[in-house]
Design a protein around this ligand. Structure first.
Ligand code: FAD
Length: 378
């Protein structure tokens, strides 16, 4: 029998957070599951990256939400309640919240990472994970969860070891991270420093250099054993998140926080929804439109506005958040509303037009970031 799904097993393409969340949900329902992962281990595109599991889009704590979804929380976390964000002039604004604003987590195959914990839970439930197994098609029943298909944002910089104290620092300055933000995360002797850019990708080298210089000056950045690292983020509101009969989960479907790129939570939630739609015989498109689309739309509107704000606008945002609880501030910023719903067509158009790279001459274009070819839409 063809081991790729001609039997009664469920096939999952991709062992990222979305694929493993799907696999765990199927396995908890007693089904036989095979996960096909292109790389030789989990989290290969992150390898020791530190990321923030956001905790502001719901009242409920994200770890409690994962628990309620049947997903493990047995990974290392650092609850982040206090940090510092700088404007383009180097002025510091405190970021404070009573409950954790986000949890720093480690990504990649190592011990204590989110990916390793999900893999262990999946295997504990009897899921078979086949590494070095890149699927071209997914026969039989299953879920597609193979990560981003294009670059709407990039995060580039370094991982490193450090003697710095735990914490987080951000800089909102278009010279460091055009239409995005530069960030520095430190957890238990390890750090990540990145420029998270939403345009001007061709200036990534200069942006990273400026980001390092600024964090050295403003936050005392100290890196030992730096390793260059970067990756892409892909967001859009899909017309449908079904590919043939298969639900598509995570960033492959475009489920990503368009405003700041906090995609892990949406990946996990959509992975669970994709599996539930199959288990319960329900329409996946209807499920994600109800559970995820309001948040994705809200973040798309936020992205369009943030992209217009410039350094003056960021400064206004930073001042506003520093007057109260940052988690409450961000919760309001992301909260869906009728006004945001009205602005979605305008916001999608804004984002679509920004994807065309004016600095590319399109002659034998080999540029990874340029969207001079066919455009699928937001
Ligand atoms: C540098 C960087 C920093 C980030 N920081 C944050 C952050 O701080 N907070 C946050 O919430 N999010 C962050 N994100 C986004 C977050 O990492 C993603 O949204 C999340 O990992 C998406 O999960 P996924 O399962 O959809 O895709 P992925 O994590 O990309 O997993 C997809 C998997 O599918 C595999 N695959 C691909 N093609 C095939 C194939 N044909 N067959 C089989 N397997 C295949 C890949 O190897 C991969 O393992 C960051 C992203 C980047 C790049």
């Amino acid at each position: 029998m063809d081991s790729r799904g001609s039997d009664s097993s469920i096939g999952i393409a991709g062992a990222g957070p979305a694929g493993l969340a799907s696999a765990i949900t199927f396995a908890r329902a007693g089904l036989r599951v095979v996960v096909h992962e292109a790389q030789r281990e989990v989290g290969s595109r992150f390898r020791g990256d530190l990321q923030g599991l956001e905790n502001w889009t719901s009242e409920q704590d994200v770890l409690a939400e994962l628990d309620g979804l049947g997903l493990t929380t047995a990974f290392d976390t650092l609850a982040c309640r206090e940090g510092t964000v700088f404007d383009a002039g180097g002025r510091a604004y405190p970021v404070r919240s009573r409950a954790p604003l986000f949890y720093t987590v480690a990504r990649g195959p190592g011990p204590g990472t989110l990916d390793a914990a999900l893999l262990a839970q999946a295997r504990g439930l009897g899921v078979e994970v086949r590494f070095n197994d890149r699927l071209a098609t997914l026969p039989g029943r299953g879920v597609l969860a193979i990560g981003p298909r294009a670059a709407d944002a990039i995060a580039v910089g370094y991982h490193f070891d450090t003697a710095m104290a735990d914490g987080f620092w951000l800089i909102c300055d278009d010279a460091l991270a055009p239409q995005g933000y530069a960030y520095l995360l430190v957890m238990r002797g390890r750090g990540t420093v990145k420029s998270c850019m939403f345009s001007g990708f061709k200036q990534q080298r200069e942006c990273v250099e400026r980001t390092l210089a600024a964090f050295r000056r403003l936050a005392g950045l100290e890196m030992k054993n730096p390793r260059a690292h970067g990756g892409v983020g892909n967001f859009r509101l899909p017309a449908s998140a079904l590919s043939g009969r298969h639900p598509v989960a995570g960033e492959q479907a475009g489920f990503q926080d368009a405003l700041f790129g906090f995609g892990m939570r949406l990946a996990l939630r959509s992975g669970v929804l994709a599996a539930r739609s199959q288990l319960e015989g329900r329409d996946y498109d209807a499920l994600w439109r109800e559970a995820l689309a309001p948040l994705v739309c809200s973040s798309i509107v936020g992205r369009a506005l943030y992209g217009l704000a410039g350094n003056g606008g960021y400064r206004w945002l930073l001042r506003s958040q520093s007057r109260g609880d940052a988690r409450v501030f961000l919760h309001r910023l992301y909260r869906p509303s009728w006004l945001k719903r009205l602005l979605v067509p305008w916001a999608r158009h804004q984002i679509l037009s920004r994807r065309k790279d004016a600095s590319c001459d399109h002659v034998d274009c080999q540029c990874v970031w340029c969207r001079c070819g066919a455009e699928a839409g937001t």
